[in-house]
Ligand binder design. Structure first.
Ligand SMILES: *[C@@H]1O[C@H](CO)[C@@H](O)[C@H](O)[C@H]1NC(C)=O
Length: 180
């Protein structure tokens, strides 16, 4: 399934319109301008895709979705920009180049057009990390760094917070209990 019906476009829309909701705003920076201007690019994405969509839908005979609800939920999470970047990377590195090799030359232009906008979006996501309020997935190294910065005091901090950890463990395991 190269291109599914719901496809990436709804994911893009979900991500970008989180930030560009309703009213027009006066942008003070490039990231804001990119997001506010994105509907124009979405139009290009959709019109490019409309030239090739039938071909892919006719040839798609698998029932399972690739870009399913799990993907959408992850895009909407605080780590959304990382997820979005990974998906764009997958399309840019694997899906679109394979598609471009496989089709007649008539279809190459819309595929390229989609790829160019994806590439641009991927760059902007990286540049505008703060604007997208994108959180990194939690990393244990942040705790270890803080511990080390506390030098000798870190030990007392870590041991002094054991009661907190017991609560976390209790909550976690309680959430895993089978419902009777
Ligand atoms: C979505 O797809 C992924 C990968 O194929 C799979 O692991 C996940 O269970 C699917 N989620 C749903 C809700 O079907």
């Amino acid at each position: 399934m190269l291109f599914s019906r719901a496809l990436l476009l709804s994911l893009l829309t979900a991500l970008l319109f989180e930030y560009a909701r309703s009213k027009r705003i006066n942008c003070k920076d490039k990231c804001c301008e990119f997001v506010e201007g994105f509907p124009v690019r979405l139009k290009h994405l959709r019109s490019s895709y409309s030239q090739i969509q039938d071909y892919y839908e006719e040839n798609d005979d698998l029932e399972t979705a690739l870009l399913n609800r799990t993907v959408l939920e992850n895009v909407k999470s605080p780590y959304g920009c990382h997820v979005m970047k990974e998906i764009l990377y997958f399309y840019l590195e694997t899906v679109l180049p394979t598609a471009a090799l496989e089709v007649k030359s008539l279809y190459k232009k819309p595929i390229d057009a989609i790829g160019n906008i994806f590439l641009e979006l991927k760059r902007e996501l990286a540049k505008c990390r703060n604007y997208f309020a994108c959180e990194k997935p939690f990393e244990i190294s942040t705790i270890k760094d803080s511990y080390n910065q506390m030098a000798g005091k870190g030990l007392y901090k870590a041991m002094g917070e054991l009661d907190l950890l017991f609560n976390y463990i209790e909550n976690y395991l309680a959430s895993k209990r089978q419902k009777a």
